[in-house]
Design a protein around this ligand. Sequence first.
Ligand code: GAR
Length: 234
Amino acid sequence: MAKLKIGVLISGRGSNLKALIDACAAEDFPAEIVRVIANVTGAGGLAYAEEAGIPWQMIDHRAFRDREGFEDTLHRALKDAGVELICLAGFMRLLTESFVNRWWDRLINIHPSLLPAFRGLHTHERVLEYGARFTGCTVHFVRPAMDDGPIIVQAVVPVAVDDTAEALAARVLREEHIIYPLAVRMVAEQRVRVVQDRVIVQGAGTPRGALVSPTLHRVGPSKTPNHTQSARAR
Ligand code: GAR
């Protein structure tokens, strides 16, 4: 089967782009990156595209009078490159409804939280402020509202008691690098269907059991039932 042609849009560091490049390097991976586009001059991630010999382009949104002008150019560039699926990878620019409509169910994004919780910026700071015990990351189809759309894959990451936003971001990012290629594989293998704005993945399994956090350190024999420990033992 022909590989799915993907276009990756970035605004910065590009570590998720790098994870996708590495995944695509495997012969049996069902997708290939045909174009990388950045909207911010000096986006560090472009170096990964250059290194891998992938055609890349700078389309600086500030060079356009309005969003429509920027998005028309973006759309044309992606079409010219033969892109079939767009992957937003740290692309920090909201796309208009008209652009999203043109790429309906062919436009995916990664966000560093368990959506629909903690949409938007400064995710990890807000997770810590809220005192959430778990966070994670999500790959989803893009809908016009920010960080909204049918969920393809999520990974759950525990929040440690002494976490800083940086430590938490790094722990989540490691999982992002796993689930983004996984989501692209699922789409490229045509396992993913959107039915009534929810994703069904053909041939997908579900992990068994549950995670509980925090757990208690045992300080001696206890006669009272401990839900945390019984849940852990399951
Ligand atoms: C990633 O953590 C990604 O999830 C986030 O930006 C970072 C980009 O890192 N995206 C969003 O917050 C989108 N709402 P990267 O440039 O190293 O891939």
